[in-house]
Design a protein around this ligand. Structure first.
Ligand SMILES: [Zn+2]
Length: 422
């Protein structure tokens, strides 16, 4: 029997969220150690303790800072055997795109007027900028004081999963199969999926709770590649440089020209692909540009690579004295390729969102997700909304009702799985 969620979870998800955002868990790019920052262990340890306090004792913290908990099924043994093990995942780190320490969340009621952030009045959040805000008129939002990010990405996901567990612990009448809870570090620096062994988790499929607006269900993400183009020059003392010096900096403008300005992150949206030069450095001896390429179509990503290779070849003909080298590396792939083979996994999520009386928004992720890696590693993993907006910025915020709805959706998921497989 399906049991609808009552409002008792509502204050709990907020209380948990406000506690978790206070813990500084910013991850760091380009660090060799794992996790990239030690503070992520502070949140991990707290979560382990809280899960144990709920009465679930199969919980561990790995040396990689991954929290893995097993929530045993409360079905009869015979029925439990038919129900697939399902994993719920969220990440503990926050982006280094804005400060993540001393987060001071504030709860406000959205009146329709632009929201002014208390300690940084220059920053405002308005309906003009976020038309979706009209869904939350006269509702409570959690915002920052304007000096840090909020951390809804992805502590909202953590709070929503934790509230679900606590609800299941106190409501044995809600029947579910075995659940695996996995909280990962370093997702924002692209290493979350590296920290876990999918086989060890042993779930048939999973849901990440790491999406945006209320009702969102994400099953597609970019295919991604990155690379670097390097020009080699030759340096001698300027006093005796005539006819000898080859200044590689002179080619930088031509290099930038290889990246079409009308196919950039700032000039594309929805399903459009882009070229994104991110970093240039140069001396007389050597200059280089690092870039990323993003495309929802895998073959078309190869065309982008070919476009750049052709451009580099043309430049090489124009500047035969400067060796030019182009390197490319593919990173993540569009999880839709995998998820299309598991329609049931998507149907369960859709049904769960519908039962929470929400409209479903299926939008492509213009980025990557750990779920993409999980999907290609054998655990199909769509992404479900947390309810938050303006991730990675000081203007990040989350409506309380969206968090409550996310909890409802997760509780619906575990019940719908039992219905679909029994
Ligand atoms: Zn996230």
């Amino acid at each position: 029997m399906y049991i609808a969620v009552m409002t008792a979870t509502n204050t709990e998800v907020v209380r948990r969220f406000l506690k978790y955002v206070k813990i500084h868990t910013t991850s760091k790019d380009g660090v060799d150690k794992f996790p990239s920052t030690d503070q992520q262990f502070d949140l991990a340890k707290l979560l382990v303790q809280e899960i144990q306090d709920m009465g679930f004792d199969q919980v561990q913290l790995t040396e990689n800072c991954v929290v893995i908990a097993t929530i045993p099924s409360n079905l009869s043994t015979e029925l439990a055997e038919k129900i697939p093990v399902v994993c719920l995942n969220a990440h503990m780190d926050t982006s280094n795109g804005a400060p993540g320490e001393n987060v001071n969340p504030e709860i406000i009621t959205f009146t329709g007027e632009p929201i002014i952030l208390s300690k940084n009045p220059e920053l405002t959040i308005s309906m003009e900028e976020i038309p979706d805000l009209k869904r939350f008129l006269n509702k409570k939002l959690i915002v920052t004081d304007g000096t840090t990010l909020l951390g809804a990405d992805d502590k909202a996901g953590i709070a929503e999963i934790m509230t679900t567990l606590s609800h299941l612990a106190t409501h044995p009448e809600i029947k579910h199969g075995e659940l695996k809870i996995v909280f990962t570090p370093d997702e924002e620096v692209g290493k979350g999926a590296d920290s876990v062994d999918i086989k060890e988790i042993g779930a048939e499929f999973a849901y990440t709770i790491d999406g945006g607006k209320m009702g969102g269900l994400e099953i597609e993400n970019f295919n991604a590649a990155r690379g670097r183009i390097t020009v080699t020059g030759y340096n001698v003392h300027p006093g005796s440089a005539f006819g000898k010096m080859k200044n590689s900096l002179r080619l930088l403008a031509d290099l930038i020209e290889l990246f079409p300005a009308d196919q950039a992150p700032e000039t594309t949206k929805e399903y459009e692909a882009y070229y994104h030069p991110m970093f240039a450095k140069g001396t007389i001896d050597e200059s280089s540009i690092s870039f990323i390429l993003r495309n929802f179509d895998e073959k078309d990503l190869d065309n982008q690579i070919t476009h750049l290779r052709d451009g580099v070849q043309r430049l090489q003909q124009k500047y035969p004295d400067f060796p030019i080298k182009a390197e490319f590396k593919k990173s993540y792939r569009n999880m839709k390729i995998i998820l299309d083979q598991y329609p049931k996994v998507i149907e369960i999520a859709e049904e769960a969102i519908k039962r929470a009386d929400l409209e479903i928004f299926k939008e492509p992720i213009r980025g990557g997700t750990d779920g993409a890696r999980f999907s290609f590693d054998g655990m199909p993993t769509p992404n479900i909304f947390t309810g938050g907006y303006n991730f990675h910025s000081k203007k990040e915020f989350i409506p309380i009702v969206a968090m409550e709805k996310a909890v409802e959706v997760i509780i619906n998921i575990v019940q719908i799985i039992v219905e679909k497989y029994q």
